[in-house]
Design a protein. Structure first.
Length: 427
């Protein structure tokens, strides 16, 4: 047979053979379930392993560690009661309505209570009607007893992860923490009580424009320097805050001068500031990155947050985050960290609300990182990265008075929202 005919005939014979095999061996997938099972049993009798007809599928590993409920807080107003659960990451909530007379149970799956959260429950410091229990090793339940509320609302918030439960109490509901019942006749005559010290309100606010003088900070493609933008925003924020009665505003610098990070923290502590707001402008190797992010003190949760802290601190990357946990224990209180988180959250929300619609805004959320000025200030403190100077579009915005004014107004709204929601506390 000529070679040209052999090249045609051989593939044709192979094709006919495959077609014949296809006719003789039925496809199990096309048979009825019972017939398919019978065919499968005949081809794979017991005792023999069934050959695999598909490749193995790799399943991405899931996070095995339960979410941590770091803190619990309640707030009471004349018409509502709020429970806030601070988590280290988001998790699912399932609603249960066991019986009409048994209220509501909100089951937080794959979650555990921290020691501080458990202590608050054990001490009875949370307002009624919330009953919080660790129902299993990886499940926490928030129960609302029957008759204790009229309506409730559940919200799941991000950046940072929080669960918020708002309850409209019934008229008969006592929302105060439980007290031990004592017979008044058995009580001794009370001694004269000293006059309690007047709680200090949030009045002194320190604004910290980042960098200055010989330290220009980050530079944009057009030569815009971070130190100039932070000073403009800081001065504008000072003017806005100063118009409000009862507010004392101080600045770590009011002109283009260099101020050491240590001196900024000492200045705020020495003036017994109630709030500390540090203003900065962000930068990123990728010029397409843009947006805002607000920091409060804590461990850097990702490499990028650590890099930002190292740049602003002027410290090597490998030593920026060292020892943060000891500083939390020794120099800061849980109250300060909690209030800083609230200030950061309120500020971020205000910036999103005030700037969104006017600019193409990207929300990078609320983050933690070991910034020096946040580490060593003794009052609630945040560091606001208001835009990316490395992004050409946002650099142009930073050069305009309109954007600078809007950013200052956003920071003002964040501070005011925090002050309105915070009870004065002595420190």
């Amino acid at each position: 047979m000529p070679s040209s005919l052999r090249r045609i005939a051989i593939p044709s014979l192979l094709l006919l053979g495959l077609l014949s095999l296809r006719i003789l061996v039925p496809d199990v997938a096309l048979l009825a379930p019972a017939e398919a099972a019978s065919q499968d049993a005949r081809r794979n009798p017991p005792g023999k392993s069934k050959p695999s007809r598909t490749s193995k599928i790799s399943i991405a590993p899931t996070t095995m560690t339960p979410a941590m409920i770091r803190n619990l807080r309640t707030a009471v107003s004349p018409d509502s009661i709020r429970l806030v659960l601070d988590l280290d990451r988001k998790t699912r909530v399932r609603k249960h309505f066991p019986q009409p007379a048994e209220g509501v149970v909100l089951e937080i799956s794959h979650a555990t209570l921290s020691k501080s959260a458990s202590d608050k429950i054990a001490n009875g410091t949370l307002a009624k009607p919330f009953v919080i229990t660790q129902t299993s090793a990886e499940s926490v339940a928030v129960s609302l007893p029957p008759g204790s509320f009229l309506t409730y609302r559940l919200m799941s918030l991000s950046n940072p992860a929080r669960l918020v439960v708002d309850v409209t109490p019934s008229n008969q509901q006592d929302v105060s923490p439980p007290l031990e019942s004592v017979d008044p006749a058995r009580l001794p005559e009370p001694p004269p009580q000293p006059v309690p010290p007047k709680a200090k309100s949030f009045r002194t606010i320190v604004i910290d424009p980042g960098h200055g003088g010989k330290d220009p900070g980050a530079r944009g493609h057009r030569g815009t320097e971070e130190k100039d933008i932070t000073l403009k925003v800081g001065l504008k924020l000072r003017d806005l805050l100063s118009r409000q009665p009862g507010i004392r505003v101080l600045m770590t610098r009011e002109r283009d001068v260099f101020v050491e990070l240590e001196d900024r923290a000492k200045f705020a502590n020495g003036n017994e500031a109630d709030l500390f707001v540090s203003v900065h402008v962000n930068s990123h190797p990728q010029r397409s990155v843009r947006g805002i992010e607000i920091y409060h003190f804590g461990e850097a949760k990702d490499q990028r947050a650590l890099e930002v802290a190292a740049r602003e601190n002027g410290t090597p990357l490998n030593s920026t985050g060292v020892g943060w946990e000891y500083l939390v224990a020794d120099l800061l209180t849980a109250k300060k960290i909690e209030e800083s988180l609230e200030l950061a959250w309120n500020t971020k929300e205000a910036m999103i609300t005030h700037l969104n619609g006017h600019y193409a805004l990207v929300d990078h959320g609320v983050k933690t990182a070991p910034f020096y000025v946040l580490r060593y200030t003794s009052m609630p403190s945040i560091l606001a990265e208001i835009a990316y100077i490395s992004n050409s579009t946002e650099e142009e915005l930073l050069r305009t008075n309109a954007f600078v004014t809007r950013v200052a107004e956003s920071l003002l709204e964040g501070v005011n929202a925090f002050l309105a929601a915070s009870k004065p506390s002595a420190r």
